[in-house]
Design a protein around this ligand. Structure first.
Ligand code: PGA
Length: 249
């Protein structure tokens, strides 16, 4: 069952085994708001250990990426959905803007990844977002709509649809989208998903991009914001804790 709010950390290519241990020990000991699901996407080499540490807790663990290929085979360096399922992982990020930018991920690859995740009971978190040029040219809706088109043949009544709206110009820059920009885009994403046949009860739209302990409660108070995907601030346990607590209000 999907909780109302999701607070997901994305460690990107950061951390060591020791920091994974100490971070999780502190997060496990928190009493999280009842309506809030907390998860962290670690680098793949630490997923197994993170899953072990959290096995008796409510904290979920996810991957940052998975292979477009569904079956075992000669795909050097790839990690499949079957492998992530084998570790009993809960979710996976898909189509993060850094993957689109540095690894040229295409809509077709993202569609295959979504399909592999759904087939293996991994909750996919589809990341979408426009760059600064698109925002300044007022074409952000068109860009987001193109990115959401990967869901066209994947929506089913009982499937959770989780989108992380992350304007690229706000990621890691300290520049947060304005309340109005977030509200408008979340409403737009919501309507797009409804028009594709998504069940409203299964939709969660997260905001991502320089979310921190100070701005979190304002962002979470906005309609159609079901939580956040957090990069930099998820590396600091004090900040991440404050962001979790901000879902209480
Ligand atoms: P940030 O990253 O919180 O450091 O801006 C967000 C993300 O990339 O998911």
């Amino acid at each position: 069952m999907l909780k109302e709010k999701l607070i997901l950390g994305n460690w990107k290519m950061n951390g060591r085994e020791e920091t994974v241990h100490s971070f999780l020990a502190q997060i496990i000991s928190l009493s999280c708001p009842i309506q809030t699901q907390v998860g962290i996407a670690f680098p793949s080499v630490y997923l197994s250990i993170a899953k072990q540490i959290t096995q008796n807790s409510e904290i979920t663990i996810g991957a940052q990426n998975l292979s477009q290929f569904s079956q075992d085979g000669a795909y050097t360096g790839e990690v499949s959905a079957l492998m992530l399922k084998d570790l009993h992982l809960n979710f996976t990020l898909i189509g993060h803007s850094e993957r689109r930018q540095y690894f040229n991920e295409s809509n077709q690859q993202i569609t295959d990844k979504l399909n592999n995740a759904y087939q293996n009971n991994l909750l996919p978190i589809l990341c979408v977002g426009e760059n600064l040029e698109a925002r300044e040219s007022n074409v952000e809706n068109r860009i987001i709509s193109e990115q959401l088109s990967v869901l066209d043949n994947l929506i089913q009544n009982d499937r959770p649809i989780i989108i992380a709206y992350e304007p690229i110009w706000a990621i890691g820059t300290g520049k947060v989208a304005s309340v109005e920009q977030i509200e408008k885009m979340h409403q737009y994403v919501y309507e797009q998903l409804l028009s594709k046949g998504a069940n409203p009860a299964n939709i969660r739209i997260l905001y991502g991009g320089s979310v921190n302990a100070e701005n979190a409660s304002t962002i979470f108070s906005l309609p159609k914001v079901s939580g956040a995907l957090i990069g930099g601030a998820s590396l600091k346990v004090e900040d991440f804790t404050k962001i979790i607590k901000a879902t209480e209000n």
